[in-house]
Write a protein that binds this ligand. Structure first.
Ligand code: NZQ
Ligand code: ZN
Length: 390
C-alpha cells in the first residue's frame, strides 16, 4: 500500500428486502420538515413513493415535495432545491432515486447555507466547504453510481455545457442509505446496463494506476469478476434476487472509497464522459462504455503489466503463447466483447454522438490520467478512435 490513507465512511447502510422497515427509526432522528426529493415519477409507478409517504406520515413529518430531478441533474434544478430548503427550514433531505437524485440532494445540502456562488466555489474552484450542510438520507432505486455511500455530487451547468463532479468529505455523505435490491426490478434494461457499466468503470478507474501489488488491486479484481458474473445472470433472469443484490452491493463498494485506498487512481474516462454527457445528455454508464475500449487501447503501453494482469485475473484469458502486448490487448478485447454482448454501445456513433461534437468535447474535458497524462490532442485521438466500431 504505497500511499497513507484515512478511511472514514459515516453512511449507515440498511441492506436487503426488509431495509425499508428502518426508515421510521431513522426519521425520528430529524426535525419535522422533510424535503422529499425524487425524479421523473418512476417511484409513483412502482409503489416506493407510497411506502415512503406512509413512513413520513406515521412519524408526523411535514412533507415538502421536490420532484422532477432529471438524469444528469442541472444547476438550475439545484438552485430550485436550495430555495425550497430555505423557505421551509428543511431538517432532512430525503433523496429517493438513483445517482442523479442523490447527487442533486447532496448539491442542495452543501449549497443552501454557502456564502457566494456555491457552484463556482465548490464545484469549479474546489474550495473547502466552510458552511453547515443539511443532512441527506437516501433510498436507492437504481444501482450504479455509488452516490448512496460517498460524497460525490455531479452537476451539469446546462447553459455553459459543463458537467462537474465534486467529491465532498464525510460531512456531506448520506447519513443513512436504504438499499433494497427489489426496488431495482423496475429499472428499464438500458438503465440497468448503464448502472452496471458505471460500477465496472469505477473499478477500472481505480485499478489502472500504480505498479505495486496492493490489496486494493486484489479487491478490485474480485469485484470486477463478481460484477461480470452477476451481470450475466441478471440480464438473462431479470428477477434473480441474488444477482440483483450482488450488483447493488458491488456498485456501492465500487465507489465508497474502500476500493481506492492506498493507491493512485485514474478517472480520465469519467472526465471525458462528463463532457460527452454535457453535450448530449446521454446515460452516464453508456457514455463510459462507448469510450472505454478506445481509451484503454490508447494508454495500455504505459501500464502494460497491469493490463496483462487484468486479462488473466478479470477476464480469465489464457496467457500461454501470447506476447505481453497480445495478452494486454486480449483483455481489452474481452472488455469490448462484454459491452457488445450486452448490447451496450461500443462507439460514440452507436451512442448517437454527432461527429461535429468531438472537437468541443476534447476542448472541454478535464485533463488527467493514470498511466498516461493526457493532452487535449490525446483526448481528441481517443474520441476519434472511439467514434466508429463494428
Ligand atoms: O427519474 P425517475 O423517474 O426516477 O427515473 C430514473 C431515470 O430516468 C430511472 N430509474 C431509477 N430507478 C428506477 C428507475 N426507473 C424505474 N424503476 C426504478 N427503480 O432511471 C433513470 C436514470 O436515473 P439516474 O439517477 O440518472 O441514474 P444513475 O443512478 O446512473 O445516476 C447518474 C448520475 O450520477 C452521476 C452521473 O454523472 C449522472 O449524473 N454520477 C455520480 C457519482 C457519484 N455521486 O459518486 C459517480 C458516477 O461516476 C456518476 O458520475
Ligand atoms: Zn461513474
Amino acid at each position: 500500500m504505497e500511499k497513507d490513507f484515512v478511511f472514514h465512511n459515516p453512511t449507515k447502510i440498511y441492506f436487503g428486502r426488509h431495509a425499508m422497515t428502518h426508515l421510521k427509526d431513522e426519521l425520528e432522528n430529524y426535525g419535522e420538515n422533510i424535503l422529499l426529493a425524487y425524479g421523473g415519477g418512476s417511484i409513483k409507478k412502482n409503489g416506493i413513493y407510497d411506502e415512503v409517504i406512509k413512513a413520513l406520515k406515521e412519524t408526523n413529518k411535514n412533507i415538502i415535495e421536490f420532484s422532477g430531478i432529471m438524469p444528469n441533474p442541472t444547476l438550475n434544478k439545484m438552485l430550485e432545491g436550495v430555495e425550497l430548503v430555505k423557505k421551509h427550514h428543511i431538517d432532512l433531505i430525503l433523496a429517493v432515486g438513483g445517482g442523479s437524485v442523490i447527487d442533486l440532494a447532496k448539491g442542495v445540502a452543501v449549497s443552501t447555507y454557502a456564502s457566494g456562488d456555491a457552484f463556482e466555489r465548490y464545484w469549479l474552484n474546489k474550495e473547502a466547504v466552510d458552511n453547515e450542510c443539511v443532512p441527506v438520507g437516501a433510498i436507492l432505486t437504481m444501482a450504479g453510481t455509488g452516490s448512496e455511500m460517498n460524497g460525490g455530487s455531479v452537476i451539469t451547468d446546462e447553459d455553459r455545457k459543463i458537467k462537474v463532479g465534486r467529491v465532498f468529505g464525510s460531512y456531506n455523505y448520506p447519513k443513512f442509505s436504504i438499499l433494497n435490491p427489489l426496488f431495482t426490478l423496475t429499472v428499464p434494461r438500458y438503465q440497468m446496463l448503464s448502472g452496471i457499466f458505471d460500477a465496472f468503470s469505477h473499478l477500472m478507474e481505480q485499478y489502472f494506476s500504480d505498479t505495486d501489488n496492493s490489496v486494493t488491486d486484489y479487491l478490485l479484481e474480485s469485484l470486477m469478476r463478481a460484477l461480470i458474473d452477476a451481470a450475466d445472470v441478471a440480464i438473462e433472469d431479470k428477477d434473480n434476487y441474488e444477482a440483483r443484490s450482488n450488483i447493488m452491493w458491488i456498485s456501492t463498494l465500487a465507489l465508497n472509497t474502500l476500493t481506492g485506498l492506498g493507491k493512485s487512481q485514474d478517472w480520465e474516462v469519467h472526465a471525458i464522459e462528463h463532457q460527452i454527457s454535457a453535450y448530449t445528455d446521454c446515460a452516464h454508464g453508456m457514455g463510459l462504455a462507448a469510450i472505454s475500449p478506445a481509451y484503454y487501447r490508447y494508454i495500455y503501453p504505459f501500464g502494460i503489466d497491469k493490463f496483462k494482469r487484468f486479462a488473466v485475473n478479470v477476464f480469465k484469458i489464457d496467457a500461454e503463447g501470447k506476447s505481453d502486448e497480445e495478452l494486454a490487448l486480449a483483455g481489452i478485447d474481452a472488455l469490448e466483447d462484454f459491452i457488445v454482448t450486452h448490447a451496450m454501445p461500443n462507439s460514440l456513433k452507436k451512442l448517437g454522438v454527432p461527429r461535429e461534437l468531438l472537437s468541443k468535447i476534447a476542448d472541454s474535458a478535464a485533463l488527467g490520467g493514470g498511466y498516461k497524462k493526457l493532452t487535449r490532442e490525446d483526448v481528441y485521438a481517443i474520441l476519434y478512435n472511439a467514434y466508429e466500431r463494428k
